[in-house]
Design a protein around this ligand. Structure first.
Ligand code: FE2
Length: 525
């Protein structure tokens, strides 16, 4: 929840001149000629010697040959030792031998729903490889529809969409990039008349040992078999926060680690998201890189501002729902119509409507993913259509990053959520799921109310820690029943039938369900 403040932290911990010196050194290094320049393959680079000493290292990230210890290499930080090749005795590189095909190896495979009979596959390669998704049962090859590099020297992100799949079927697939193939993965296409489905929800997660994300990662794995997909309500890997954790990421205080941390998150999650859809929505920690290195190195900052990494690495069904990128979209699954809301930009009062998470202080502009008013017009049109389709799909569930309630039913960011909340109430959205606050809470309006039940599921274990407040439950003055716990790492599940929605909050550590409720409705048969 806490907005990272570069200026405040920079003054206390990271002197500006150290960053400037780092950037100057980087610039000088880029421009200088070295004995490692000119090598375009790993073997020649790592074999280069001067007076018998190895002097170069190969970086698999930018496919470049660099002087040993050069800060110009994306492999300069310890975060990237596993992508670095050197035969030098004192090198910190993990590898001393070249990996065949490191430019073409498909990495970070993950899935997203793409319409009722479609599945979108996304992945990364370090080099500009030509890739296809191969459907194993038929041999069908679907080439990448996009191959995007949002930051020079940091890989290419591919997207391909499998369409006209058979409802109710299982598929095996792999990705082939110029002969480098991934292992076989599988996915399931829901039946057209699917009447029951289960969904796993997580928010404000972080990466591995930065925070308590490991417990939640284990719980996600335990709940995977009983759920159909995972939905992330934003603040995903916290790549933007790596610079404020000198103990966890000592190299990241002044060096550039945003891409390394995001890659580590994708590596860490791949086995969870490569065989079931992983649906995401933007949080404030997706908006930009505002580390000292990024602010000093405008090339990094400009390339990474305004949700560029988030919108390139993932590929949500906006084409199928007239949405925009991964900022807003919707999809159907079983008895539920899901609306993925953007709480960050593109409406009056949006917190990041003009500048990203660093605010105007760091000057990274954000927003304007649509024309003025386009987002809210889309949201209302989507809700009108879903409301008209209640007989076929009884439930409308919205999810976004920021809630309007928190803790023991206190108001939270009312101006930043008011336009969205008004539309949800107008069209009878059945449930709204959010994060941003690093604590769990549920808020259930009194029977007969037109207001929307709210769940805050933002305690997955991010590096900013938990809010810390004690468990509390009761009935508020406005009649809402609430439950909150600010000391529990958690995820949630939503089990849907045509007649009911059952929410369960699970302790990440023990798996115990510590809060649950069921919403019901009469459905015409
Ligand atoms: Fe947040």
């Amino acid at each position: 929840m806490v907005r990272s403040s570069y200026l405040a932290l920079g003054a206390l911990v990271f002197p500006r001149n150290s960053v400037a010196q780092d950037a100057d050194a980087e610039a000088q290094n880029f421009g200088a000629k070295s004995s490692c320049d000119g090598f375009s393959d790993c073997g020649s680079c790592s074999s280069k010697t001067i007076l018998g000493a190895h002097t170069c290292s190969w970086c698999e990230i930018d496919l470049g040959c660099h002087d040993l210890g050069s800060v110009a290499s994306p492999c300069a930080t310890s975060m990237e030792n596993n992508h670095c090749v050197s035969k030098a005795t004192l090198s910190s590189c993990d590898k001393s031998e070249c990996t065949v095909g490191d430019a073409e190896v498909p990495r970070h495979l993950h899935l997203a729903v793409a319409g009722p009979t479609g599945m979108r596959v996304a992945w990364k390669t370090n080099g500009p490889a030509s890739c296809s998704v191969v459907v194993e049962s038929s041999g069908l090859k679907v080439p990448s529809e996009t191959r995007t590099q949002y930051l020079v020297g940091h890989g290419y992100h591919h997207v391909a969409t499998l369409t006209a799949l058979t409802p109710g079927s299982d598929y095996g697939y792999h990705v082939d990039c110029e002969g480098q193939t991934s292992q076989t993965r599988t996915f399931h296409v829901p039946a057209t008349d699917l009447s029951e489905a289960s969904f796993l929800f997580v928010g404000d997660q972080g990466t591995q040992e930065a925070g308590q994300g490991t417990k939640t990662r284990t719980r996600l794995e335990a709940l995977k078999a009983s759920t159909d997909m995972t939905v992330h309500v934003g603040d995903i890997g916290y790549a933007d926060d790596s610079f404020i954790h000198p103990v966890l990421f000592p190299d990241c205080v002044a060096s550039f680690c945003y891409e390394a941390v995001f890659d580590r998150y994708m590596d860490w999650m791949e086995s969870h998201i490569d065989d079931k859809p992983f649906m995401v929505t933007p949080g404030n920690h997706e908006s930009e890189c505002h580390s000292p290195n990024c602010i000093a190195n405008r090339g990094h900052a400009d390339a990474l501002r305004n949700f560029s990494a988030y919108n390139t690495r993932f590929a949500m069904p906006s084409k199928e729902s007239n949405g925009v990128m991964n900022m807003w979209y919707s999809f159907d699954y079983g008895p539920v119509h899901f609306v993925a809301a953007n709480t960050e930009t593109d409406f009056d009062g949006a917190v990041e409507g003009k500048f990203g998470d660093g605010g105007w202080e760091v000057g990274l502009k954000a927003g304007s993913f649509g024309q003025d008013g386009e987002y809210l017009r889309w949201l209302e049109a989507d809700l009108i259509a879903a409301s008209a389709n209640r007989a076929d799909r009884p439930w409308i569930v919205a999810y976004g990053h920021r809630p309007w309630f928190t803790r023991d039913h206190r108001s939270k960011d009312p101006e930043a959520t008011a336009p969205l909340r008004a539309l949800y109430e107008k069209y009878g959205v059945d449930l709204y799921l959010a994060g941003h606050v690093h604590a769990y809470s549920s808020h259930l309006p009194p029977a007969g109310s037109s207001e929307v039940p709210v769940v805050v599921t933002g305690a997955a274990g991010c590096d900013e820690g938990l809010e810390g407040w004690a468990k509390a439950e009761g009935v508020a003055d406005d009649g809402y029943k609430y439950y909150t716990d600010g000391q529990m790492y958690q995820v949630g599940t939503l089990d849907a039938t045509r007649e009911s929605l059952t929410w369960k909050a699970h302790s990440s550590e023990t798996g115990d369900v510590f809060d649950t409720f069921t919403l019901t409705k009469q459905v015409a048969v």
